[in-house]
Design a protein around this ligand. Structure first.
Ligand SMILES: *Cc1c(COP(=O)(O)O)cnc(C)c1O
Length: 475
């Protein structure tokens, strides 16, 4: 028998492979700005490039690598590109990429204390950094890292339901605004709630949850004999960056004895800057808080995070004791993170957070977040000073929505919608920038999410000029 069943390259081959990987990644970081952020590809085109049967026989490792570097990697949009403004960009950072490589390279099991005490300890340490930043109770507080914001929201809502309703949640009702992220609805569906158990509260003209309407909904549900149990507030909606009135909602949760969950997956990271901390006042009052380090804390995918005021809520919700884990329980200060969430086998996510914070320092992260917030405000100033553009939602936690609406023309709303849709399509077709539309108060608008610390005001000016040029050819 040859040695192929060992699935191993020899040392020199491994090094060659590794150098090529590192070269490709470094080039990606350094040359990024020279590339175009947008990629197109139909299913047919991708099939024609990649569709094969599973190969029985080996292939030269260099050929496999070359093929991937040439064909696979370039067929993805560059979410860290300075002109990738849409959805939520993923600026990432090289140190965390290397940390992920190490964590994967050593295949560190980050489920239980006994398997990797250092990994569990680093998760505790980095979670404590975050608890402190958000002014959560330092001793009692807890949390865990997840694959992303969706899983953090799901984990939070399982916990909320367990703590507030126990096993009978047939009358439970949960509240969120019409701007809340779709992952919350998904989580509620996963949890088996019926549609009638969710109240979508309208937002006011500033896209904030309307407090009076929230109070009315809770009162009506109580009168109907239902059991209000949880309010989900958004701390930075994905559409506009708007923060719900957190202090008002906290007061309602307190007097009505409801669970207060805050979805800060988009905006939570803004706590690092002065302006952001001001906007997020009241966030420290949440029972559970989702943040998403793979967005605005500049980590590569995947990394979400859930923080809770009391770590026991997690262990009371998720601890199961199967026989085969009996020998590795340890004492209670030695946390088994599989007892704090859904996953048993978990990758070592804390390492990238730890290494990037140690390498760059928290102050660099603070400066990056402040830079992003300022950049959106500067963009707002430019837009307001122009005769072509109209600001639809002002710069809020690095998000701004606007549309082309020149003062010397009289377009109908319908024409404006079509025109702005076309501008977005035009700029994407040019591959110059990724800039898509969203809908706010029934208007089609262009949305910029400016959380990339390597985006410059000049990038934005260039993109706006190009958009104006496209608009002029259309009208
Ligand atoms: C992105 C986002 C989520 C979902 O997070 P994922 O990391 O994509 O799973 C949830 N809530 C808000 C407000 C978001 O912006």
């Amino acid at each position: 028998m040859d040695n192929s069943h060992k699935l191993q390259l020899n040392a020199q081959e491994m090094k060659d492979y590794g150098y090529q990987v590192i070269d490709a990644i470094v080039e990606h970081f350094i040359e990024e700005t020279k590339k175009q952020p947008v990629v197109f590809g139909t299913r047919e085109e991708m099939d024609s490039l990649f569709k094969t049967e599973a190969p029985e026989e080996p292939m030269n490792y260099k050929e496999v690598m070359d093929f991937v570097v040439d064909k696979v990697l370039p067929n993805s949009s560059i979410v860290s590109h300075p002109k990738s403004y849409s959805f939520v960009p993923g600026p990432s950072n090289y140190v965390s990429v290397m940390a992920d490589t190490l964590a994967t390279g050593f295949n560190i099991f980050s489920g239980g204390w006994a398997a990797s005490p250092a990994a569990a300890e680093l998760e505790i340490v980095t979670l404590n950094w975050l608890l402190k930043l958000f002014k959560f109770p330092s001793k009692k507080g807890g949390g865990l890292f997840t694959s992303g914001g969706s899983m953090a929201n799901l984990t939070a809502l399982v916990t909320a339901r367990r703590q507030m309703c126990g096993d009978d949640f047939s009358k439970a009702v949960i509240y969120m605004s019409d701007q809340a992220h779709s992952s919350n609805i998904k989580a509620i569906r996963v949890l088996g709630f019926r549609k009638e158990q969710v109240r979508i509260i309208p937002t006011d003209l500033e896209f904030k949850m309307a407090i009076n309407k929230l109070k009315n909904a809770i009162a009506r549900d109580r009168l109907a004999g239902l059991q209000p149990f949880c309010i989900i507030a958004s701390a930075g909606t994905t559409n506009t960056g708007t923060v719900d009135p957190l202090n008002d909602i906290a007061r309602i949760c307190k007097s009505e004895k409801l669970w207060f969950h805050i979805d800060g997956a988009y905006g939570g990271a803004a706590i690092l800057s002065k302006a952001g901390a001001l906007a997020l006042k009241g966030i420290e009052k949440a029972d559970s808080l989702t943040i998403d380090p793979h967005k605005w804390l500049y980590q590569p995918y995947e990394m979400g995070c859930l923080l809770v005021r009391n770590h026991k809520w997690l262990s009371q919700t998720f601890t199961e004791k199967p026989e085969y884990l009996r020998d590795i329980e340890g004492n209670t200060s030695e946390i088994n993170f599989y007892d704090h969430g859904i996953q048993l086998t978990r990758r070592f996510r804390a390492l990238k957070f730890y290494m990037s914070m140690k390498t760059f320092g928290l102050n660099a992260f603070r400066k990056a977040v402040a830079y992003n917030i300022d950049l959106a405000e500067e963009t707002e100033t430019i837009l307001r000073a122009s005769t072509n553009w109209e600001v639809i939602s002002p710069a809020t936690l690095a998000i701004i929505n606007f549309r082309y609406n020149p003062i010397d023309k009289q377009y109908t709303e319908k024409e404006l919608d079509a025109l702005n849709q076309k501008i977005s399509e035009g700029i994407i077709a040019s591959k110059e920038a990724l800039l898509v539309t969203t809908v706010l108060q029934n208007q089609v608008v262009l949305r910029m999410c400016l959380i990339n610390p390597r985006t410059t005001i000049n990038d934005i000016k260039e993109t706006l000029q190009k958009c104006t040029a496209i608009a002029k050819t259309l009208s």
